[in-house]
Every structure is written in structure tokens, then in C-alpha cells.
Ligand binder design. Structure first.
Ligand code: 5GP
Length: 144
């Protein structure tokens, strides 16, 4: 049976044991930049509640997370002047899931530009710091 591993990298980010480029946080969800972005502004949104993926997520955590996803998607489209937004969510290894804490990929999209393959390049801190600040500001500008 598939179980939740409390030592997965996103659980460590939630506990503050591993740094992340946070763009949004509330009592139930956290969003941070993907360190190997597949597109400009690639962001991950996760519940704070432990869930391996979509298949075992408690409904309350899931509904709060999808609302945070919408907020991040709206702000990312503005912050990074995107033409659209793709969402991706993988559940279990066969689907492509690599990190086993539920997460949604928010991927700003640009006309005619394909997504990079997963984990193509590790982005530098120098690039990610201002990018996170820009997205945080756009999220704040959405209001409550
Ligand atoms: P998935 O499990 O849906 O295939 O994707 C996991 C995602 O997590 C990948 O896009 C990968 O780049 C990202 N990732 C892996 N390790 C870290 C990390 O330590 N920090 C951040 N911010 N993203 C990570």
C-alpha cells in the first residue's frame, strides 16, 4: 500500500528544514517556485496537510489547495505576462510523480513556446529570488 513519507522534500520545506522561494502561504497551503522550472514562473502549490497525492487527499485540504492554485495562476499570468496557464498534477510513479506530497504545478504559458521537459535545468538563486518577489507582489495585488 502507498503511504505518506514524512521525509519527502516538500514535507521538509513545510517544516522549514529545506529552504524554498515562497510566493504564498496561509494556514492550509503553501506555494513556492519550482527550482527546475519548465516555464517562466513555474510554481508548485501544496496543502500543509499530509497527502501523498490526489488519490489520498482529504477533501478539505484539496478544496483549499485548488483555491490557492487559482490565486497563484491568476497572479502568475499577470506577473509573468503569460498568454495562458497550464496545470499539471501527477499521482503515483506511473504518472510521472517524483515527489510524494500532493502538489499542483502552475505553469504560465506563452504562445508558441513548449514546456521544457521535467527537471531540465536547476535555476540559480539569483534568478529565483526576484522572480518570487514579483509573484508575491502580484498575489498581494489580487486582494483578499
Ligand atoms: P512531480 O513529482 O509532479 O513529477 O514534480 C516534482 C517537482 O518538484 C519537479 O518539477 C521538481 O523540479 C520539483 N522539485 C524537486 N525538488 C525540489 C526542491 O527541493 N525544491 C523545489 N522548489 N522544487 C523541487
Amino acid at each position: 500500500m502507498s503511504v505518506y513519507d514524512r521525509d519527502n522534500i516538500f514535507a521538509k520545506i513545510l517544516r522549514g528544514e529545506v529552504p524554498s522561494f515562497k510566493v504564498h502561504e496561509d494556514d492550509h497551503t503553501l506555494a513556492f517556485l519550482d527550482i527546475m522550472p519548465r516555464t517562466l514562473g513555474h510554481t508548485l502549490v501544496i496543502p500543509k496537510a499530509p497527502a501523498r497525492n490526489l488519490l489520498d487527499a482529504p477533501s478539505d485540504a484539496l478544496s483549499r489547495t485548488i483555491l490557492a492554485v487559482q490565486r497563484v495562476a491568476k497572479a502568475a499570468k499577470i506577473a509573468f505576462a503569460a498568454d495562458g496557464v497550464t496545470l499539471l498534477q501527477f499521482s503515483e510513479q506511473a504518472s510521472g510523480q517524483v515527489v510524494f506530497h500532493l502538489h499542483f504545478h502552475v505553469l504560465p504559458r506563452y504562445d508558441g513556446i513548449p514546456l521544457l521537459p521535467p527537471q531540465t535545468n536547476m535555476e540559480s538563486n539569483e534568478t529565483l529570488v526576484p522572480r518570487a518577489a514579483k509573484l508575491r507582489a502580484a498575489i498581494a495585488n489580487l486582494g483578499v
